[in-house]
Design a protein around this ligand. Structure first.
Ligand SMILES: [Zn+2]
Ligand SMILES: [Zn+2]
Length: 142
C-alpha cells in the first residue's frame, strides 16, 4: 500500500487509522532496504494528526575505506495534515492522498548521518598504497 486516501477520513471525526507498511525504495534509492513505516492518523474535531516511525537499513560505501557500511536508520514523524500538505512538509500529501513511499524516503534521507562510516573507528585506506588499514597495517608509514 503506497497511498493512504484521506478524503473520507478528513470527514470522520474521532477516527483513528493505523497503518503498517513495507516500502520498496529499490527503484528510487537502492541503498535503502527493509524500509517500513508504522503509525496512525487521527482525526480529532476535524484536525488530522499524523504520527509514524520510519525505519530502514542503508547499505552504502564507507566514507573512509569504501567497504559497504550497513546503517540502521530510524525517524519519528509527527505533524498536522490538511488534504494538500503537512505542517512541516515531512509528510507528502497530494490530492487528498498521503504518499507513504515518498514520506518514508524523505524521512530516511534526513536520518542519514553526514559521514557514513562502516564503524566508528574505521582506519580507512592508506593514502600511499591504498590498502584497507582495517585489515592490518601496510608498513608505509613505519
Ligand atoms: Zn570503513
Ligand atoms: Zn600503505
Amino acid at each position: 500500500m503506497r497511498f493512504l486516501d484521506i478524503n473520507d477520513f478528513s470527514r470522520s471525526d474521532g477516527e483513528r487509522l493505523p497503518f503498517d507498511t513495507q516500502v520498496d525504495l529499490s527503484a528510487t534509492e537502492p541503498s535503502f532496504r527493509e524500509v517500513r513505516i508504522v503509525g496512525a492518523l487521527r482525526n480529532v474535531v476535524g484536525v488530522m494528526t499524523f504520527r509514524a516511525t520510519v525505519s530502514g537499513t542503508c547499505v552504502a560505501p564507507c566514507d573512509r575505506c569504501l567497504e559497504d557500511a550497513v546503517l540502521s536508520l530510524e525517524s519519528e514523524l509527527k505533524t498536522v495534515l490538511t488534504l494538500e500538505s503537512s505542517d512541516d512538509d515531512s509528510v507528502t500529501v497530494e490530492n487528498g492522498r498521503i504518499d507513504l513511499e515518498k514520506t518514508a524516503y524523505d524521512a530516511l534521507v534526513l536520518a542519514l548521518p553526514t559521514k557514513i562510516l562502516c564503524r566508528e573507528d574505521c582506519q580507512g585506506l592508506c593514502p600511499s598504497c591504498g590498502k584497507n588499514l582495517n585489515d592490518g597495517d601496510c608498513g608505509c608509514n613505519q
